[in-house]
Design a protein around this ligand. Structure first.
Ligand SMILES: Nc1ncnc2c1ncn2[C@@H]1O[C@H](COP(=O)(O)OP(=O)(O)OP(=O)(O)O)[C@@H](O)[C@H]1O
Length: 304
């Protein structure tokens, strides 16, 4: 597996806050790679280090085989870190021409037209960006990230602030960039269903540390557990032993699906009152909430 990004023990400290805490991560070439994590997990800090915008406190990273801030490696990488802002009086086409010149490229209209078309902005190409929606600005931002024809693009929350049709278009664009153009796309997102649909592989960060990494199917087909809300908790925990993990007022039982009914019967026979039993951990949201300890809202539950 050839890697486009490798980090080794990457640590970034702000005063007493460890934004990244010994992060070692390998991002393979090709496909869409998602970096997930709750607010403050360290996603943007990781991206800023990779783009050479800030320096790590400890550890190091390589991008496209070169050290971070190596100009040769940087040239092979494009990025969109926040909803981009451009001079409001410029048209989308002028923005891309201006950025091409800033990168030392010619103001080649074939290239700008191609990327405008690719991100679905051909019709809006000569409109001033002042009137652009968030979705249009994000798509222009992706075109801007691609203008140097990079092999890798890093997108921080590419669908933030977008409406559902915009999200769908961005998803199709990201998949097509990876699968038709052969780019490696690395993105950070909170929108877990989107990530599940668009990413091939994901890393889940929490408090600056890597808590899970793997293909979406690896993460979602392992770790399914039976969540039992019951009383008394202590007694049930003793009965379950190593097969049970206390999770607030419930227990997560690590048993195969086929053994669920027998386990429930056995607990009831031993005097345990069970309020609710459901299988969790079958979608990326459940994995995310289990790994990061974030609160799982009912609409995210998977009832089996
Ligand atoms: N410039 C800074 N000065 C001080 N603390 C910072 C700075 N940048 C980030 N942090 C802190 O580092 C931690 C990680 O922040 P970071 O922005 O990388 O997380 P994130 O996963 O991108 O979060 P979000 O999803 O909210 O964007 C947070 O606790 C944040 O408050």
């Amino acid at each position: 597996m050839s890697a486009v990004i490798e980090t080794r023990n990457l640590t970034k400290t702000y005063g007493t806050v460890k934004a990244l805490d010994g992060l070692s991560l390998t991002i393979p070439k090709g496909g869409v790679y998602g970096v997930l994590g709750p607010n403050g997990a360290g996603k943007s800090t990781l991206f800023r280090i990779l783009l050479g915008l800030i320096a790590p406190t400890e550890g190091d990273a390589s991008v496209m085989g070169g050290a971070i801030r190596d100009p040769k490696a940087m040239r092979r990488m494009g990025s969109m870190i926040e909803t981009p802002r451009y001079p409001p009086y410029m048209s989308a086409r002028q923005v891309l021409t201006w950025l091409s010149l800033a990168h030392g490229l010619t103001s080649d209209t074939t290239r700008t037209d191609r990327w405008l078309e690719r991100v679905g902005l051909t019709e809006a190409a000569d409109r001033r960006v002042r009137g652009f929606s968030v979705g249009m600005l994000q798509r222009l931002g992706v075109a801007a990230a691609l203008i140097t024809e990079p092999e890798l693009i890093i997108l921080d929350e590419p669908t933030s602030g977008m409406d559902p049709p915009g999200i769908q278009e961005m998803r199709a664009l990201i998949r097509s960039l990876a699968h038709d153009d052969g780019l490696t796309v690395v993105l950070a997102s909170h929108q877990l269903l989107e990530v599940q649909r668009v990413c091939d592989r994901v890393a889940i960060l929490n408090k600056g540390k890597l808590v899970r990494e793997g293909t979406v199917s690896e993460l979602t087909t392992t770790g399914e557990r039976l969540r039992l809300s019951l009383t008394p908790l202590d007694k049930a925990s003793t009965i379950l032993g190593e097969r049970g993990t206390v999770d607030g007022t419930a227990i997560l039982a690590n048993v195969p699906r086929a053994e669920g009914p027998a386990l429930i019967r056995a607990l009831v026979e031993q005097g345990i009152d069970i309020d609710e039993a459901r299988w969790v951990g079958t979608d990326l949201e459940s994995v995310f909430f289990t790994e990061t300890g974030s609160i799982q809202t009912p609409e995210h539950d998977h009832v089996g």
